[in-house]
Design a binder for this molecule. Structure first.
Ligand code: GDP
Length: 292
């Protein structure tokens, strides 16, 4: 609702007055998009699309812009959206990455609940060994969701946690292993090394692991989330994103730029602090909510 009123309705208001398309309309449109938190690059991309629509005569007047934009946004969000791999007979290993405070721990808790409710056995690995509080908080979520957790002492080698967790997940025929990771992006090369090592160790015990690496981003930080995503994309190969704190923010447009600039699908969105406040991201539903 908030994103709709701060982005789409503002666009509608701007374009409505134009009986024909001219440079002034593009300028107005650009201004309103930039204030709607979709960023410079995605704004340019969408303006190019509108240019194309005008050339193809699908857009003849201002009123045609918003429906055309909806089509473009849905197409962008659905592009290359391979579904999350569903594994049977072996543990699916999901690494959760992102900077501290974005909602990683909470997302792991929510995912544990989601998978359990969908009949899967779940295990957590406390791979952020840098902060003692990280393992403690994750333990609370493990207890809350009734899921086993593998953890070591603060300062331990994160790869050793992954080794134990993958071995244990194998032994107990766990369906989904959720691995927390450290969120210190300021030491990029260390983090890169640590994540690579964790991935290598995971792959030793479970073929193809990690099967997913999900980047958690805080939607309320708007374009900062996009910059973070780009940095993380350089550190580790990502397979998807989770946008948290979408409740109560008008910056939902950031989903569009994450997809556009990161090129990976948004898998989940967080809509609150509770265990049930996670939704699989559905592009068509998102667009419907924005445009209807
Ligand atoms: P971490 O440092 O990345 O592990 O972040 P946490 O999981 O500890 O979350 C940081 C704060 O954000 C906590 O207060 C969470 O309750 C809150 N949080 C996480 N996800 C959401 C969400 O989807 N919506 C809201 N409103 N708060 C969230």
């Amino acid at each position: 609702e908030k994103t709709k009123s701060s982005l789409i309705q503002n666009i509608e208001t701007v374009v409505r007055g134009y009986a024909q398309i001219d440079d002034e309309m593009y300028e107005d449109l650009e201004a309103v998009m930039l204030t709607g938190d979709i960023g410079v690059e995605t704004t340019e991309y969408l303006l190019d699309k509108i240019h194309e629509g005008v050339k193809k005569k699908e857009i003849k007047e201002g009123n045609d812009v918003v429906p055309y934009l909806e089509k473009c946004i849905v197409a962008l969000l659905q592009e290359n959206n391979t579904p999350m791999a569903e594994r049977t007979g072996t543990t699916e290993v999901i690494f959760i990455v992102g900077v501290n405070g974005v909602g990683k721990t909470t997302t792991i808790g929510k995912l544990a609940k989601y998978y359990k409710e969908h009949g899967k056995s779940v295990m957590m690995a406390a791979g952020d060994t840098f902060r003692a509080a990280a393992a403690e908080q994750l333990t609370i979520w493990a207890e809350r969701t009734g899921v086993p957790i593998v953890k070591h002492q603060e300062g331990a080698d994160a790869a050793a946690v992954v080794y134990d967790a993958t071995a244990s997940a194998n032994a107990h025929h766990i369906d989904v292993l959720l691995v927390d990771t450290a969120g210190r992006l300021q030491t990029k090369s260390n983090l890169m090394e640590e994540l690579r090592k964790m991935a290598r160790i995971a792959g030793k015990n479970i073929a193809g692991a990690p099967h997913e690496t999900l980047l958690v981003l805080d939607a309320t930080t708007g374009q900062n989330a996009v910059s973070q995503a780009k940095l993380f994309g350089e550190v580790v190969p990502l397979t998807g994103a989770v946008l948290t704190k979408l409740d109560g923010t008008a910056k939902g447009g950031v989903i569009i730029s994450v997809k556009r600039e990161l090129g990976v699908p948004v898998r989940w969105v967080g809509v609150g602090e509770g265990a049930d406040d996670l939704r699989p991201f559905d592009a068509a539903q998102f667009a419907d909510a924005l445009f209807d």
